[in-house]
Design a protein around this ligand. Structure first.
Ligand SMILES: Nc1ncnc2c1ncn2[C@@H]1O[C@H](COP(=O)(O)OP(=O)(O)OP(=O)(O)O)[C@@H](O)[C@H]1O
Length: 308
Protein backbone atom coordinates (compact mmCIF):
# COMPACT_ATOMS: atom_id res chain seq x y z
CA UNK A 1 0.00 0.00 0.00
CA UNK A 2 2.88 2.37 0.80
CA UNK A 3 6.38 1.88 -0.54
CA UNK A 4 9.19 4.34 0.05
CA UNK A 5 12.43 3.82 -1.84
CA UNK A 6 15.64 5.68 -1.06
CA UNK A 7 13.88 8.84 0.04
CA UNK A 8 16.19 11.75 0.70
CA UNK A 9 15.29 15.22 1.91
CA UNK A 10 17.66 18.01 2.85
CA UNK A 11 16.90 21.32 4.53
CA UNK A 12 19.87 23.41 3.47
CA UNK A 13 22.91 21.43 4.52
CA UNK A 14 20.92 19.35 7.01
CA UNK A 15 19.90 15.87 5.83
CA UNK A 16 16.51 15.14 7.37
CA UNK A 17 15.88 11.91 5.42
CA UNK A 18 18.82 9.82 4.34
CA UNK A 19 17.90 7.14 1.77
CA UNK A 20 14.86 6.04 3.77
CA UNK A 21 13.16 2.79 2.79
CA UNK A 22 9.80 1.67 4.11
CA UNK A 23 7.14 -0.79 3.04
CA UNK A 24 3.63 -0.99 4.49
CA UNK A 25 1.12 -3.56 3.32
CA UNK A 26 -2.63 -3.26 3.15
CA UNK A 27 -4.47 -3.18 6.48
CA UNK A 28 -1.33 -2.82 8.55
CA UNK A 29 -1.31 -0.36 11.41
CA UNK A 30 2.29 0.73 11.19
CA UNK A 31 3.85 2.60 14.09
CA UNK A 32 6.52 5.07 13.11
CA UNK A 33 8.73 5.64 16.12
CA UNK A 34 11.69 7.91 16.61
CA UNK A 35 13.10 10.66 18.76
CA UNK A 36 12.51 14.35 18.14
CA UNK A 37 13.90 15.43 14.83
CA UNK A 38 14.32 11.88 13.49
CA UNK A 39 12.34 12.71 10.35
CA UNK A 40 8.85 11.33 11.04
CA UNK A 41 6.89 14.46 10.13
CA UNK A 42 9.09 15.09 7.10
CA UNK A 43 8.41 11.55 5.83
CA UNK A 44 4.69 11.86 6.43
CA UNK A 45 4.43 15.24 4.75
CA UNK A 46 6.20 13.92 1.66
CA UNK A 47 3.89 10.89 1.57
CA UNK A 48 0.92 13.23 1.86
CA UNK A 49 2.18 15.34 -1.03
CA UNK A 50 2.76 18.41 1.14
CA UNK A 51 6.53 18.51 0.85
CA UNK A 52 8.86 17.86 -2.06
CA UNK A 53 11.58 15.24 -1.74
CA UNK A 54 15.08 15.69 -3.15
CA UNK A 55 15.26 12.16 -4.47
CA UNK A 56 13.70 8.76 -4.12
CA UNK A 57 10.29 7.26 -4.75
CA UNK A 58 7.02 7.10 -2.83
CA UNK A 59 4.23 4.82 -4.07
CA UNK A 60 0.77 4.83 -2.56
CA UNK A 61 -1.48 2.06 -3.87
CA UNK A 62 0.30 2.20 -7.22
CA UNK A 63 0.32 6.00 -7.47
CA UNK A 64 3.57 7.96 -7.43
CA UNK A 65 3.22 10.42 -4.56
CA UNK A 66 6.00 12.58 -5.93
CA UNK A 67 4.62 12.83 -9.46
CA UNK A 68 0.84 12.54 -9.25
CA UNK A 69 -0.37 14.77 -6.46
CA UNK A 70 -3.98 14.79 -7.63
CA UNK A 71 -4.39 11.01 -7.61
CA UNK A 72 -2.41 10.79 -4.38
CA UNK A 73 -4.87 13.04 -2.55
CA UNK A 74 -7.69 10.60 -3.33
CA UNK A 75 -5.76 7.77 -1.76
CA UNK A 76 -4.69 9.33 1.50
CA UNK A 77 -6.12 10.99 4.57
CA UNK A 78 -3.53 13.07 6.41
CA UNK A 79 -3.88 14.24 9.97
CA UNK A 80 -1.21 16.74 11.02
CA UNK A 81 0.17 17.01 14.53
CA UNK A 82 -1.62 20.30 15.14
CA UNK A 83 -5.24 21.33 15.05
CA UNK A 84 -6.27 24.66 13.52
CA UNK A 85 -8.69 27.10 15.06
CA UNK A 86 -12.25 26.98 13.81
CA UNK A 87 -14.21 29.80 15.37
CA UNK A 88 -17.96 29.39 15.48
CA UNK A 89 -18.03 26.14 13.60
CA UNK A 90 -20.09 23.18 14.79
CA UNK A 91 -18.72 19.65 14.41
CA UNK A 92 -21.18 18.82 11.64
CA UNK A 93 -20.44 22.10 9.81
CA UNK A 94 -16.73 21.39 10.06
CA UNK A 95 -17.29 17.95 8.54
CA UNK A 96 -19.58 19.23 5.80
CA UNK A 97 -17.05 21.89 4.93
CA UNK A 98 -14.44 19.21 4.30
CA UNK A 99 -16.95 17.05 2.45
CA UNK A 100 -17.71 20.00 0.13
CA UNK A 101 -14.00 20.30 -0.69
CA UNK A 102 -14.29 16.80 -2.13
CA UNK A 103 -17.49 17.70 -4.00
CA UNK A 104 -19.84 15.97 -1.56
CA UNK A 105 -22.81 18.22 -0.78
CA UNK A 106 -26.43 18.24 0.35
CA UNK A 107 -28.20 15.30 1.95
CA UNK A 108 -25.49 12.85 0.92
CA UNK A 109 -22.93 14.97 2.73
CA UNK A 110 -25.03 15.15 5.89
CA UNK A 111 -25.53 11.36 5.92
CA UNK A 112 -21.85 10.65 5.33
CA UNK A 113 -20.70 13.16 7.92
CA UNK A 114 -23.04 11.80 10.56
CA UNK A 115 -21.78 8.28 9.83
CA UNK A 116 -18.20 9.41 10.19
CA UNK A 117 -18.98 11.27 13.42
CA UNK A 118 -20.47 8.02 14.62
CA UNK A 119 -17.30 6.15 13.64
CA UNK A 120 -15.22 8.45 15.83
CA UNK A 121 -17.83 8.41 18.58
CA UNK A 122 -18.88 12.04 18.21
CA UNK A 123 -22.36 11.51 16.86
CA UNK A 124 -24.02 13.03 19.88
CA UNK A 125 -21.75 16.06 19.73
CA UNK A 126 -22.60 16.89 16.12
CA UNK A 127 -23.92 20.30 17.08
CA UNK A 128 -21.12 21.11 19.53
CA UNK A 129 -18.85 23.98 18.63
CA UNK A 130 -15.40 22.74 17.69
CA UNK A 131 -13.62 25.26 19.86
CA UNK A 132 -15.44 24.06 22.96
CA UNK A 133 -14.42 20.43 22.42
CA UNK A 134 -11.78 18.63 24.46
CA UNK A 135 -8.47 17.82 22.84
CA UNK A 136 -9.48 14.18 22.49
CA UNK A 137 -12.70 15.13 20.74
CA UNK A 138 -10.87 17.50 18.40
CA UNK A 139 -8.39 14.77 17.50
CA UNK A 140 -11.22 12.39 16.71
CA UNK A 141 -13.04 15.04 14.70
CA UNK A 142 -9.84 15.64 12.78
CA UNK A 143 -9.63 11.91 12.10
CA UNK A 144 -13.25 11.87 10.89
CA UNK A 145 -12.46 14.73 8.54
CA UNK A 146 -9.60 12.66 7.05
CA UNK A 147 -12.10 9.97 6.14
CA UNK A 148 -14.61 11.99 4.10
CA UNK A 149 -13.24 11.00 0.69
CA UNK A 150 -12.81 7.31 1.61
CA UNK A 151 -9.00 7.17 1.52
CA UNK A 152 -7.25 3.81 1.64
CA UNK A 153 -4.23 5.03 3.56
CA UNK A 154 -4.37 7.14 6.71
CA UNK A 155 -1.28 9.10 7.68
CA UNK A 156 -1.62 10.22 11.27
CA UNK A 157 1.05 12.39 12.83
CA UNK A 158 1.04 11.92 16.61
CA UNK A 159 -2.71 11.33 16.94
CA UNK A 160 -2.42 10.37 20.60
CA UNK A 161 -0.25 13.26 21.73
CA UNK A 162 -1.64 15.25 24.62
CA UNK A 163 -4.55 12.90 25.18
CA UNK A 164 -5.52 11.56 28.57
CA UNK A 165 -5.50 7.76 29.01
CA UNK A 166 -9.23 7.42 28.41
CA UNK A 167 -9.09 9.41 25.19
CA UNK A 168 -6.10 7.36 24.05
CA UNK A 169 -7.94 4.10 24.58
CA UNK A 170 -10.84 5.46 22.56
CA UNK A 171 -8.51 6.56 19.77
CA UNK A 172 -6.89 3.11 19.73
CA UNK A 173 -10.25 1.36 19.48
CA UNK A 174 -11.24 3.58 16.59
CA UNK A 175 -7.99 2.94 14.74
CA UNK A 176 -8.38 -0.80 15.18
CA UNK A 177 -11.91 -0.63 13.84
CA UNK A 178 -10.78 1.39 10.82
CA UNK A 179 -8.09 -1.16 10.10
CA UNK A 180 -10.73 -3.89 10.36
CA UNK A 181 -12.73 -1.99 7.75
CA UNK A 182 -9.80 -2.16 5.35
CA UNK A 183 -7.80 1.02 6.01
CA UNK A 184 -4.03 0.98 6.12
CA UNK A 185 -2.68 3.26 8.83
CA UNK A 186 0.69 4.90 9.30
CA UNK A 187 0.90 6.46 12.72
CA UNK A 188 3.74 8.28 14.42
CA UNK A 189 4.07 8.67 18.12
CA UNK A 190 6.28 9.49 21.01
CA UNK A 191 3.99 7.56 23.28
CA UNK A 192 5.74 4.34 22.61
CA UNK A 193 3.80 1.94 24.81
CA UNK A 194 0.64 3.10 23.07
CA UNK A 195 1.92 1.87 19.74
CA UNK A 196 2.56 -1.62 21.06
CA UNK A 197 -1.09 -2.07 21.82
CA UNK A 198 -2.50 -0.66 18.61
CA UNK A 199 0.04 -1.41 15.89
CA UNK A 200 0.50 -4.59 13.92
CA UNK A 201 3.88 -3.44 12.64
CA UNK A 202 6.42 -0.81 13.52
CA UNK A 203 9.59 0.85 12.40
CA UNK A 204 12.11 2.91 14.25
CA UNK A 205 13.60 5.91 12.50
CA UNK A 206 16.76 7.58 13.58
CA UNK A 207 18.59 10.42 11.85
CA UNK A 208 16.46 9.99 8.74
CA UNK A 209 17.04 6.25 8.39
CA UNK A 210 14.91 3.28 9.33
CA UNK A 211 16.94 1.20 11.77
CA UNK A 212 14.44 -1.63 12.22
CA UNK A 213 11.07 -2.54 10.70
CA UNK A 214 8.71 -5.48 10.91
CA UNK A 215 5.76 -6.99 12.72
CA UNK A 216 5.56 -6.31 16.44
CA UNK A 217 6.53 -9.94 17.12
CA UNK A 218 9.46 -9.78 14.72
CA UNK A 219 10.74 -6.61 16.25
CA UNK A 220 10.54 -7.74 19.84
CA UNK A 221 11.90 -11.22 19.18
CA UNK A 222 14.66 -9.90 16.91
CA UNK A 223 16.02 -8.02 19.84
CA UNK A 224 15.69 -10.84 22.36
CA UNK A 225 12.49 -9.60 23.94
CA UNK A 226 12.77 -5.97 24.79
CA UNK A 227 10.06 -5.92 27.45
CA UNK A 228 11.73 -6.75 30.70
CA UNK A 229 9.69 -8.10 33.57
CA UNK A 230 10.08 -5.98 36.65
CA UNK A 231 9.49 -7.38 40.15
CA UNK A 232 9.64 -5.65 43.48
CA UNK A 233 10.69 -8.07 46.21
CA UNK A 234 9.40 -7.62 49.75
CA UNK A 235 10.48 -10.84 51.50
CA UNK A 236 12.29 -14.13 50.82
CA UNK A 237 14.50 -12.50 48.22
CA UNK A 238 16.87 -15.43 47.85
CA UNK A 239 14.02 -17.82 47.07
CA UNK A 240 12.54 -15.41 44.54
CA UNK A 241 15.85 -14.98 42.75
CA UNK A 242 16.48 -18.75 42.70
CA UNK A 243 13.09 -19.43 41.15
CA UNK A 244 13.58 -16.73 38.56
CA UNK A 245 17.00 -18.08 37.63
CA UNK A 246 15.65 -21.61 37.33
CA UNK A 247 12.85 -20.57 34.98
CA UNK A 248 13.58 -21.72 31.39
CA UNK A 249 12.36 -18.41 29.94
CA UNK A 250 14.70 -16.23 31.97
CA UNK A 251 17.32 -14.76 29.65
CA UNK A 252 19.05 -12.13 31.69
CA UNK A 253 18.57 -10.85 35.19
CA UNK A 254 19.65 -7.67 36.94
CA UNK A 255 18.99 -6.87 40.58
CA UNK A 256 19.06 -3.42 42.10
CA UNK A 257 18.17 -3.25 45.78
CA UNK A 258 14.83 -5.04 45.93
CA UNK A 259 13.96 -4.61 42.24
CA UNK A 260 14.60 -7.43 39.79
CA UNK A 261 14.59 -6.70 36.07
CA UNK A 262 14.67 -9.70 33.80
CA UNK A 263 14.55 -10.34 30.11
CA UNK A 264 11.90 -13.01 29.87
CA UNK A 265 11.15 -14.74 26.59
CA UNK A 266 7.98 -16.51 27.71
CA UNK A 267 4.40 -15.61 26.88
CA UNK A 268 1.75 -14.25 29.22
CA UNK A 269 0.90 -17.71 30.55
CA UNK A 270 4.59 -18.34 31.29
CA UNK A 271 4.68 -15.08 33.24
CA UNK A 272 1.66 -16.22 35.21
CA UNK A 273 3.34 -19.56 35.93
CA UNK A 274 6.49 -17.80 37.14
CA UNK A 275 4.46 -15.56 39.41
CA UNK A 276 2.57 -18.57 40.74
CA UNK A 277 5.73 -20.50 41.59
CA UNK A 278 7.26 -17.50 43.35
CA UNK A 279 4.21 -17.13 45.56
CA UNK A 280 3.95 -20.87 46.15
CA UNK A 281 7.55 -20.93 47.39
CA UNK A 282 6.78 -18.18 49.89
CA UNK A 283 8.23 -15.27 47.95
CA UNK A 284 6.57 -11.96 48.78
CA UNK A 285 6.44 -9.33 46.03
CA UNK A 286 4.62 -6.04 45.79
CA UNK A 287 4.61 -5.69 42.01
CA UNK A 288 5.15 -7.85 38.95
CA UNK A 289 4.78 -6.36 35.49
CA UNK A 290 6.22 -6.05 32.03
CA UNK A 291 8.05 -2.79 31.64
CA UNK A 292 5.70 -0.49 29.80
CA UNK A 293 8.03 1.36 27.51
CA UNK A 294 9.01 -1.66 25.49
CA UNK A 295 9.65 0.15 22.25
CA UNK A 296 11.51 2.81 24.11
CA UNK A 297 13.75 0.17 25.63
CA UNK A 298 14.11 -1.41 22.24
CA UNK A 299 14.94 1.93 20.74
CA UNK A 300 17.63 2.55 23.32
CA UNK A 301 19.01 -0.94 22.76
CA UNK A 302 19.17 -0.44 19.02
CA UNK A 303 20.79 2.96 19.10
CA UNK A 304 23.18 1.75 21.76
CA UNK A 305 24.09 -1.29 19.67
CA UNK A 306 24.75 0.91 16.68
CA UNK A 307 27.04 3.16 18.65
CA UNK A 308 29.22 0.38 20.05
N1 LIG B 1 11.18 23.40 7.12
C1 LIG B 1 12.31 23.02 7.71
N2 LIG B 1 13.44 23.74 7.62
C2 LIG B 1 14.59 23.34 8.20
N3 LIG B 1 14.72 22.21 8.92
C3 LIG B 1 13.63 21.44 9.07
C4 LIG B 1 12.38 21.80 8.47
N4 LIG B 1 11.48 20.84 8.78
C5 LIG B 1 12.15 19.92 9.52
N5 LIG B 1 13.42 20.29 9.70
C6 LIG B 1 14.44 19.53 10.42
O1 LIG B 1 14.47 18.20 9.92
C7 LIG B 1 14.63 17.28 10.99
C8 LIG B 1 13.48 16.28 10.97
O2 LIG B 1 12.29 16.95 11.39
P1 LIG B 1 10.90 16.21 11.56
O3 LIG B 1 9.91 17.25 11.95
O4 LIG B 1 10.62 15.40 10.37
O5 LIG B 1 11.20 15.25 12.78
P2 LIG B 1 10.21 14.41 13.66
O6 LIG B 1 10.78 13.05 13.74
O7 LIG B 1 8.82 14.55 13.18
O8 LIG B 1 10.37 15.12 15.07
P3 LIG B 1 9.26 15.54 16.14
O9 LIG B 1 8.90 14.28 16.80
O10 LIG B 1 10.02 16.48 17.02
O11 LIG B 1 8.15 16.20 15.41
C9 LIG B 1 14.70 18.09 12.27
O12 LIG B 1 16.06 18.25 12.62
C10 LIG B 1 14.09 19.41 11.89
O13 LIG B 1 14.65 20.46 12.63
Amino acid sequence: MLTINNLTKKFGKYTALNNLNLNIREREIYGFVGPNGAGKTTTMKICAGLLKADSGEVWVDGVSALENNKELKKKIGYMPDFFGVYDNLKAIEYMEFYASIYGINGKGARKLCMELLDTVQLKEQYESYVDTMSRGMKQRLCLARCLVHGPKLLILDEPASGLDPRARVLMKDILKRLSGEGKTILISSHILPELVQVCTHAGIIEKGKLVISGSMEEITSARGNSRPLVLKMVDNQETIIRIIKENPYTRKITILDNVVTLLFSGKEEDEAALLGSIIQAGGVISSFSREESSLETLFLQITHEEET
